[in-house]
Design a protein around this ligand. Structure first.
Ligand code: SF4
Ligand code: SF4
Length: 289
């Protein structure tokens, strides 16, 4: 099973939920940190990392000895990463998406494959939980290929928890695509509702079952709960604002360690999600605080 933890905006508690949910799964769980621009699950999981594999993207390298200056490579590239200017073919590797179209269409076979380092995929263990994270190279702008490399580590025999990047753009869709369940973490503020709406609209086309966790549930308005009711989104847990949890977070502790009464609730949450995946269609349910 693959459960993606997402949020319309940063700072809602997505990583707090992902790390505690993965931890209660023990040897049945695998946590994959797909927030490759700023992976932070490791702060709470303290994994021992034992492998680190570089992930590269193929980029064009032009042999001007063979080039006939036909310009077809520049015509096919949607990203202007290769252009014919005068009697030179210029390449801009940082803009290349690695589609291979230019090399495929070059009539002179003048384009060879170079590579651009995207980042690394690291694996290890946090106690009994298998841990995977991607780390994007500083200065690299394109994260989806690295996220796909992280997702190649999904183990079909385990319950895989994917910590998605915040927002609702390409990296989020790349992460949640193919998930059996998408768990949205939000907070009961106008910003929380606004960004939840956008994220729900963006990912609902994927057709996965969805649910919501309301973090700091006692600080705002009831608008998010009303929205969940309207959209028939199961509200699976409410986490009230709690100084003990905030202090634990600041120390880099898991929620279930800072506030042990949540351990059982996260066990119940994993069972509830498994039930929703088996029998989708549950509408709004009133979560206990
Ligand atoms: S590989 Fe694709 S994106 Fe990169 S330069 Fe060639 S056509 Fe453009
Ligand atoms: S398609 Fe090949 S031959 Fe034509 S301009 Fe590009 S590199 Fe040169």
């Amino acid at each position: 099973m693959v459960i993606a933890i997402a949020s319309g905006k940063g700072g809602t508690g997505k990583t707090t939920v992902a790390t505690s949910l993965a931890s209660v799964l023990g040897p049945n769980g695998r946590l994959l940190d797909c927030d490759v621009e700023e992976p932070n699950c490791h702060i709470f999981m303290n994994p021992e990392l034992d492998t680190s594999v570089a992930v590269n993207l193929p980029v064009p390298v032009v042999d001007m000895e063979k080039c006939s200056l036909c310009g077809k490579c520049g015509e096919v590239c949607r990203f202007s990463a290769i252009v014919l200017i005068g009697d030179e073919v210029l390449t801009f590797p940082e803009m290349c998406h690695g589609c291979g179209g230019c090399s495929l269409l070059c009539p002179e076979k003048a384009i060879a494959e170079g590579s651009r380092l995207l980042g690394v995929v690291e694996t290890g263990y946090s106690g009994a939980v298998e841990f995977v994270q991607g780390r994007l190279r500083v200065g690299e702008a394109m994260s989806p290929p690295l996220i796909k490399a992280v997702k190649e580590k999904i183990d079909p025999e385990k319950i895989n928890i994917l910590d998605a990047p915040p927002g609702a753009s390409c990296p989020v869709i790349t992460t949640v695509k193919g998930a059996d369940f998408i768990l949205m973490v939000t907070e009961p503020t106008p910003f929380g509702l606004h960004d939840l709406r956008i994220a729900v609209e963006a990912v609902s086309v994927l057709g996965a079952a969805m649910g919501v966790i309301l973090n700091r549930s006692d600080i705002g308005t009831g608008d998010v709960e009303r929205y969940c009711k309207e959209r028939s989104l199961p509200l699976l847990m409410k986490i009230p604002h709690d100084r003990t949890i905030a202090e634990g977070y600041a120390r880099g502790e898991l929620l279930i360690d800072a506030a042990p009464q949540y351990r059982e609730r996260f066990v119940d949450l994993s069972a509830h999600i498994a039930e929703l995946v088996r029998q989708p269609g549950e509408s709004y349910v009133e979560a206990a605080s």
